[in-house]
Design a protein around this ligand. Structure first.
Ligand code: HEC
Ligand code: HEC
Length: 455
């Protein structure tokens, strides 16, 4: 009877009060697609209406195309800069995927450096550098100097697994060169970030606040050594404080604000949400250049890019019944990776988007902040997140990064050159898990990594 009912619900999803729980390889519930090609992160969720599909295509085109300086004959795509990091979203989120760190000595091209000075603003907001603001923009339009080149230097530290196999971990250190507007603050705080992939964001946004509040355990009352905390950040449009969900420190409350923030901070484009250019009053050479309209990104374009970013599907898993993968999944639980990288969550209702609503999803995150130890600390507090805390990143799709983006750089600043290094950097609340991984033998390590690669 149950089985029959499930089949009916499948055929006629509109009749379902409770969407059926899909098989385990549907990582994003009904918002899953099966594609292991280099376009695996770029597909729309199923069941969009004609209007939603058209917003997806419009959003996709504004995401991929280059913006130009104003004034230009291509009105609607002008207003870039004066200060910017890249000309398009996809320059960093190539194929909706992840960016990578520079080689030693090369300046940042597709990463961000967030900066601030000591002290804090309302609700723990980072204080911008008076001249350079909250982020370094490494490019500028013709008449203005760029802010600076951000250059990385790596230090290698050798280590070995319990069974003797060797590894080496590299730690980046950043410095600013060719400063275009004089010296920055002496005690500048810096936090370098790679661009994450954009799959399943509509689902992560649809996890009810109450779920995240119930997962948080700020005082570690259950004494498992893990105390997930919520970031609380301003919603600029409503003026309220909301749970932070997006970005490596969960510093944005919604896909919409994150996208508007990217237009502004990364490309120098104003929106109704962030109507001011990203330059500071001291950067006169940059502030006198022509604007591309007020705002430069029209509301309908912002809406389309937001809608696009919300409706990118999650690629389904591969090889879930392979014995090596099953063994790896068991190890993942045995050494406590699942305590932060939660294997299962449920979304709430999302108006007009059945594929996002009431879905059982397998994102492998709790969206909470965790202290991952001194090794990964950026010492740059952001709202409620302290200088050692990071948001647990979702692991769905992680095994396809190599296919889509041609690299395997992980962690917030891309320092890990593969999944094993990413795990070995875990410390703080995840120290016991790291220790567990360290003690696995070669066969078990291969199992765990194989499992991760099927996500
Ligand atoms: C210069 C590189 C760069 C550009 C250009 C860029 N991004 Fe990003 N993007 C990032 C980084 C880095 C993060 C993580 C930010 C953080 O941790 O605060 C991010 C995060 C995001 C997120 C949140 C993802 C998550 O899982 O939390 C979204 C959505 C997003 N970007 C969309 C966009 C859109 C849309 C554009 C174009 C308007 C864009 N980005 C342009 C680098 C970039
Ligand atoms: C205490 C919570 C916690 C535990 C336990 C934990 N992680 Fe993580 N994990 C995180 C956080 C937070 C990050 C982001 C750290 C950063 O980028 O600096 C992360 C990052 C990762 C990444 C890189 C993801 C990316 O998008 O770059 C992988 C892979 C990963 N963890 C796997 C594991 C595995 C496997 C285990 C078990 C051995 C584990 N984690 C245990 C919280 C945890």
């Amino acid at each position: 009877m149950k089985k029959l009912l499930l089949t009916c619900l499948f055929a006629a999803p509109l009749l379902s009060a409770e969407p059926a729980t899909l098989p385990r390889d549907f990582s994003g519930g009904a918002a899953t697609i099966f594609d292991e090609s280099r376009h695996a992160f770029s597909r729309q969720i199923p069941d969009l209406t004609a209007a939603q599909r058209s917003a997806f295509f419009v959003g996709n085109s504004f995401f991929n195309q280059s913006w130009v300086a104003a004034p230009a004959s291509t009105a609607g795509r002008d207003g870039l800069g004066p200060l910017f990091n890249t000309r398009s979203c996809s320059a960093c989120h190539l194929r909706d995927g992840r960016s990578f760190p520079p080689r030693e000595g090369d300046p940042f091209a597709v990463m961000l450096l967030r900066i601030s000075i000591p002290g804090e603003g309302p609700h723990g907001a980072p204080l911008p550098d008076p001249m350079y603001g909250g982020q370094i923009q490494g490019q500028a339009l013709l008449n203005a100097p760029a802010e600076a080149d951000v250059v990385a230097k790596y230090t290698e530290t050798p280590g070995g697994f319990a069974d003797g196999e060797k590894y080496s971990l590299r730690k980046p250190e950043y410095s600013l060169h060719k400063l275009g507007y004089g010296p920055a603050h002496k005690a500048l705080r810096m936090s370098a970030r790679t661009a994450p992939f954009l799959i399943g964001l509509g689902l992560l946004e649809a996890i009810p606040d109450a779920t995240l509040e119930s997962l948080a355990d700020p005082e570690d009352k259950n004494k498992d050594g893990i105390s997930g905390r919520l970031n609380r950040v301003p919603d600029v449009e409503t003026g309220t404080l909301r749970i932070g969900r997006f970005g490596w420190k969960a510093e944005q409350p919604s896909v919409r604000q994150q996208v508007a923030g990217a237009f502004n901070g990364d490309m120098g484009l104003t929106t109704s949400i962030f109507p001011n250019e990203n330059s500071t009053p001291g950067q006169a050479a940059a502030t006198t250049l022509p604007s591309g309209g007020r705002p430069e990104v029209e509301s309908k374009v912002l809406d389309a890019v937001v809608s696009y970013s919300r409706t990118l599907a999650v690629p389904g898993r591969r090889d879930i019944d392979d014995p090596q993968v099953i063994a790896g999944e068991e190890l993942f639980t045995a050494i406590g990776c699942n305590k932060c990288h939660l294997p299962e969550l449920k979304t709430g209702p999302v108006a007009g988007l059945p594929a996002l609503s009431g879905q059982t999803i397998r994102p492998f995150t709790d969206l909470l902040l965790h202290d991952l130890g001194e090794g990964l600390a950026d010492h740059r507090p952001t709202f409620a997140a302290n200088g050692r805390e990071w948001r647990t990143p979702p692991l769905w799709g992680i095994g396809l990064v190599e296919k889509v983006n041609g690299h395997t750089y992980f962690l917030h600043d891309g320092r890990a050159r593969n999944l094993a290094e990413a795990i070995l950097w875990h410390g703080g609340e995840a120290e016991a898990s790291r220790e567990g991984f360290h003690k696995l033998n070669r066969k078990q390590r291969a199992e765990l990594l194989r499992f991760l690669n099927t996500l």
